[in-house]
Ligand binder design. Structure first.
Ligand SMILES: CSC[C@@H](O)[C@@H](O)C(=O)COP(=O)(O)O
Ligand SMILES: [Zn+2]
Length: 228
């Protein structure tokens, strides 16, 4: 498989740039996270980070190119990210709306994925940064799906595939992290930043309510019958 050296460089540099932005925020603890940019949809080919690389110090040589089965398309000593199948699943299901898939582990996405695990989703309503997801309606509400953290990656990818919503460009994995995407790496980066801001706000707001006004918080979370 041959493709332009310029394309290879554009994709690798795009991933290095976004990794530096996220690393500065501490979103890649302990080498976690993985990143990809699509090269072509038909056939599906994309550049992805090699497994186990320190994404706080990602280099152009840490990127390899794989197909829709997560197999390298060129001879390489690099091993694709252990979660490459998740990237492939998002590209296959979202189509043209996904030109890049980004995965980060953060404290706030882990906390909310556990707090709302039983609901299977986190609901965020009426926040300005929902517009950062390209959703412009007044008072918009979004549900971010939460899937269990299956160790079996094909199962994890399939479960994520079942829950994808093209309107909401992200899926949480319980006590693991978020996969978010966008039509290109800039949109995907904006989506991750918007989600993380809203997760942080939501968690701190929950905490504030419980600390500052525990009675109101308890009433707000109690079933309606108990209010009567
Ligand atoms: C280092 S713990 C995190 C990993 O288990 C995994 O979830 C992850 O995000 C990074 O895996 P990788 O294979 O380096 O892409
Ligand atoms: Zn991960």
């Amino acid at each position: 498989m041959t493709f332009l050296q310029e394309e290879r460089y554009r994709i690798a540099q795009g991933l290095v740039d976004v990794s530096q932005n996220f690393a500065a925020k501490g979103w890649f603890p302990a080498t976690s996270g993985n990143l990809s940019i699509k090269l072509s949809h038909e056939p599906l080919l994309f550049g992805v980070t090699a497994s186990g690389r320190d994404k706080e110090n990602l280099q152009i040589n840490d990127i390899l190119f794989v197909d829709g089965d997560s197999k390298p398309i060129e001879s390489t000593l690099l091993k694709p990210s252990a979660e490459t199948l998740v990237h492939a699943e998002v590209y296959k299901k979202i189509g043209g709306g996904a030109g890049s898939v980004l995965h980060v582990h953060t404290l706030y996405n882990n906390l909310l994925s556990e707090i709302y695990a039983a609901d299977g989703k986190v609901t965020i309503s009426d926040m300005e940064l929902i517009k950062g997801l390209n959703i412009w309606e007044e008072g918009a509400s979004i549900d971010i799906p939460i899937v269990e953290n299956f160790a079996d990656i094909p199962k994890l990818a399939a479960e994520i595939g079942k829950r994808l919503d093209p309107r909401v460009p992200g899926v949480l994995i319980r006590k693991h992290g978020i996969y978010a995407w966008g039509e290109d790496v800039h949109a995907a980066k904006r989506h991750v930043q918007a989600f993380e801001f809203m997760f942080q706000y939501h968690f701190l707001w929950l905490t504030y309510q419980r600390q500052v006004n525990p009675l109101t918080a308890a009433l707000a979370s109690a079933p309606a019958a108990q209010h009567a």
